[in-house]
Ligand binder design. Structure first.
Ligand code: NI
Length: 135
């Protein structure tokens, strides 16, 4: 049984401050100010509206992991992140059921250094798995 719970929707943006302003016009508020992720070479800002959390992701250099994606997709949502209580089991279940690992689990500086991993399904695109916070 999967333990997944939706955590955020990841949104690629070219200019993070301009994107924040646009989301503020829509009524979103900043949950966590912009943080630089030096592993992925991206700026990240979390915002919230109506209980929904979005993650704005903006590459800061051409060697960023999402630089190519932004070129291809422009400003757009590109993943849903699921928090998991049992990372190992859920990861194994998904890869046994058609999801393909894109990277190794790696700490996310913008999420208390919790491990995240990206997977893709040929029929619905990319998801992110996030180790749930200890509580
Ligand atoms: Ni994300």
């Amino acid at each position: 049984m999967l333990t997944l719970k939706i955590h955020h929707i990841g949104y690629l943006v070219k200019k993070i401050n301009a994107a924040i302003q646009s989301f503020e016009i829509l009524g979103y508020r900043i949950l966590q100010e912009t943080i630089y992720d030096d592993i992925r070479k991206v700026d990240i800002c979390f915002m919230e509206k109506d209980g929904y959390c979005i993650e704005l992701v903006s590459p800061v250099s051409e060697d960023s992991v999402v630089y190519g994606l932004l070129k291809k997709y422009k400003n757009s949502p590109y993943h849903i992140c699921y928090e998991t209580k049992d990372f190992e089991a859920d990861y194994r279940f998904l890869t046994a059921n058609g999801f393909i690992a894109i990277d190794e689990p790696t700490p996310a500086p913008a999420l208390q250094n919790r491990n995240v991993a990206f997977l893709t399904s040929p029929s619905m695109g990319m998801i992110e798995l996030l180790v749930s916070s200890p509580s």
